[in-house]
Design a binder for this molecule. Structure first.
Ligand code: PLP
Length: 364
């Protein structure tokens, strides 16, 4: 079976974990946590990193630090993983959905302004499947309307917008280190920012808002969202490999692009460096293709359902682009350890199904 994604862990991850265990610092105090935060922030080109327990808690913590509260609205793309919407809901705020851009699948900036109300506090652009959003357009809208930007970069470590790295493109940016993400700590997440006050607020809220001066004194309700030193030990080793993972993932995309026909390829805009968290295609007869791939020992996944069709978030508005993408999209195997032969094999299975579906259309 060729899996859709698998973590690549080696000797350095292991020896770091052993070091952490031997030091006795297995919880959230420990040198690896600080090292991981510092180095990850540096990688993104910002000053502060706050390591947390997941990408979901990174989003929740960011919104809380920005003061998103009951009755507020936060704009998100309808086509995303549900964690983006849930983080807004955890603040007792309302996620407001925007359709996708047909050319690169992320939130369509032209559809944002019509969704802004007096209650809107923030926008969460999601760099879907590793492709960055059009951040200049989004920043202009945010500035005109006094909104904060929280980047959801859970799928886009190291991706670039006009040469600037994700993690540096919002007021706060959120990453996930879940097992199938570009780098992993098992479970884990990170908030990055250049804003010292926000960074301090996030560090405080992450630790039950406990006063630094007065032990067990809490001025407000915080959370336990602390990353452990064991996770950070793995993270430090993974971060060193991030650039080589990205290079290989872009190579894999090049192979897919070579073997697949133009009309179904994963897009990359001229202003973007996509990191292809999951190399993805758009195809008719999507479910047949998934089935045929499975029979050939190849794992694949359908795109996310848009939020507006899911029971907790259902509404009656239309989001035609997201609906179409969700119906036709497939994520293909994208791990850095795949070889050219694997990609060729996958592309051949897809090609057969595409040709079959063309001939069925002709016969009709
Ligand atoms: C994975 C993911 C998250 C959540 O990350 P977890 O670490 O699984 O909590 C949030 N947003 C997007 C777009 C994701 O893909």
């Amino acid at each position: 079976m060729i899996p859709i994604a698998e973590p690549i862990l080696g000797e350095e991850e292991l020896s770091n974990v052993i070091k952490a265990v031997k030091s006795g610092w297995v919880s959230s105090k420990g040198e690896f946590v600080t090292e991981f935060e510092t180095k990850f922030a540096e990688y993104c080109g910002v000053k502060y990193g706050t390591a947390v327990t997941s990408g979901t808690t990174a989003l929740h913590l960011s919104l809380k630090a920005l003061g998103v509260n009951k009755g507020d609205e936060v704009i998100i793309p309808t086509l995303t993983f549900i964690a983006t919407a849930n983080a807004v809901t955890y603040c007792n705020a309302k996620p407001v959905f925007v359709d996708s851009h047909p050319d690169y699948w992320c939130i369509n900036p032209e559809k944002i302004e019509e969704k802004i109300t007096k209650k809107t506090k923030a926008i969460i652009p999601v760099h879907l499947y590793g492709h960055p959003c059009d951040m200049d357009a989004i920043a202009d809208i945010a500035e005109d309307n006094g909104l904060s930007i929280v980047e959801d970069a859970a799928e886009a470590h190291g991706a670039e917008y006009k040469g600037r790295k994700t993690g540096s493109l919002g007021d706060v940016s959120c990453f996930s280190f879940y097992g199938n993400k570009i780098i992993t700590t098992g479970e884990g997440g990170m908030c990055t920012t250049n804003d010292e006050e926000l960074a301090e607020k996030m560090k405080l809220l992450r630790d039950h808002a406990m006063s630094e001066e007065k032990t067990y004194w809490h001025e407000m309700v915080g959370f336990n969202y602390r990353m452990t030193n064991l996770q950070a030990a793995i993270g430090v080793a993974q971060l060193k490999k991030l650039d080589s993972f990205i290079k290989k993932k872009r190579k894999i995309a090049e192979w897919y692009n070579k073997y697949l026909q133009n009309s179904i390829k994963h897009p990359e805009m001229p202003w973007a460096k996509c990191v292809y968290w999951m190399y993805s295609i758009l195809i008719e007869n999507r479910d047949r293709v998934i089935h045929r791939l499975e029979k050939s020992g190849i794992e694949s996944r359908p795109f996310f359902y848009p939020m507006h069709v899911l029971p907790p978030y259902r509404n009656n508005e239309r989001y035609p682009v997201a609906e179409e993408l969700s119906k036709r999209g497939i994520n293909l195997p994208s791990s850095p350890n795949l070889r050219m032969g694997d990609i060729k094999k996958i592309a051949e299975v897809i090609k057969i199904e595409v040709e079959n579906s063309c001939s069925r259309t002709r016969d009709r």
